[in-house]
Ligand binder design. Structure first.
Ligand code: TXA
Ligand code: MG
Length: 324
């Protein structure tokens, strides 16, 4: 179902009415914007997959306002998960829990576990409290492209396809939530994100497996190529890359230090102060700007591999071309 005009604004009531009517609405969260629909409605969930061109083997995250609401659609919440939720929610944490009959198969791509999170954005929390159901919401971008961190980003790509974008400003965290599963009482990381390994370990002790990106859909959420700009992006040492692409019009993304060369058409520095939170917040907007520049190829460097830096590096690796 296409909507000729997509409006954006701050009308939470309007967003609620549309969602009650089984329509889709883009919502702000502290991580990235989501494309939301009633998680209990197979028709709304089907429309989410269609609107994003998302393959049905890639399951969705269910957004809710409280632990109480979660209890209504899962069979059990193990103590370690309850501790994590208490510590990090609302916030950029997603946990995997066994679902009950209320969650349609489509939401989890048939898997027995459902991904759940309580987002921290005040407008979306108010919206969730006003609704009698939780919201299934993937990031509000066409499948495989860079996630949106402003209402403008959503309009640029989904304009004409959904009736409303709830505009909550720029996302505060800027990278998606950390997805955590459990093997016995051990936490396993399915996707690095806004909660760091260090923060998780402080609550649940040593981590089990940390799944790496793969091209196999049997490791959900971990597609090797994802979060990708349309231009080819090379990740590595910037001096070496600039030497290699001498004379080619390039766009450059650096961590804390600007680089100079005559063939640089566009450039962005993630955080001149070397602050990983600030870098995460700006990452996707910088990638979008560079993608829209007149550069032919994009060059980027990794950031320090600690704290939020791991999530940033994960997104850069998945955005980059894989060379043998
Ligand atoms: O920060 C976020 O998590 C954002 C905002 C909108 O909440 N959402 C988001 O959704 O990033 P999406 O759909 O772009 O990514 C969710 C990932 C998917 O790649 C999916 O494979 C994984 O979560 N996932 C969902 N359910 C899962 C499950 N039952 N088991 C394993 N992975 C799952
Ligand atoms: Mg996504």
């Amino acid at each position: 179902m296409e909507s000729a005009i997509t409006e954006s604004g701050t009308d939470i009531n309007r967003a609620a009415m549309l969602l009650l009517d089984d329509a889709l609405v883009a919502i702000p969260t502290e991580t990235v914007y989501g494309l939301a629909g009633n998680a209990f409605s197979p028709s709304a969930v089907t429309r989410i997959f269609q609107t994003k061109n998302r393959p049905v083997f890639d399951p969705l995250i269910v957004h809710t306002h409280s632990l109480e609401e979660i209890r209504g659609f899962v069979t059990v919440i193990p103590p370690v998960v309850e501790r994590l939720i208490e510590e990090f929610s609302p916030g950029p944490l997603t946990v995997l829990l066994p679902r009950n009959h209320k969650i349609p198969d489509l939401v989890t791509s048939g898997l027995p576990l459902v991904a759940v999170r309580i987002p921290r954005h005040p407008m979306t929390l108010e919206l969730l409290r006003a609704l009698p159901f939780p919201l299934a919401a993937p990031s509000a971008n066409p499948f495989g492209y860079i996630s949106p961190t402003t209402a403008r980003h959503v309009l640029d790509q989904l304009g004409g396809k959904i009736p409303y974008v709830l505009d909550g400003g720029s996302c505060e965290v800027g990278v998606e939530s950390t997805i955590v599963g459990f093997n016995g009482s051990r936490c396993e990381i399915y996707r690095e994100g806004g909660i760091s390994q260090e923060q998780l370990m402080a609550i649940c002790g040593p981590l089990g497996k940390v799944y790496q990106s793969s091209s196999s859909p049997s490791a959900p959420g971990m597609l090797l190529s994802h979060y990708a700009p349309r231009k080819t992006l090379y990740l590595g040492n910037l001096d070496a890359l600039l030497e290699r692409f001498k004379g080619v019009p390039v766009g450059v993304l650096s961590y804390d230090t600007p680089v100079q060369a005559p063939n640089i058409l566009a450039s962005a520095v993630l955080s001149p102060e070397g602050d990983l939170s600030a870098a995460a917040q700006r990452l996707f907007a910088c990638l979008r700007d560079l993608d829209q520049s007149r550069a032919q190829v994009l060059l980027a460097e990794s950031v320090p591999d600690q704290g939020l830096g791991r999530a940033i590096n994960d997104r850069l690796q998945r955005a980059a071309i894989k060379e043998a």
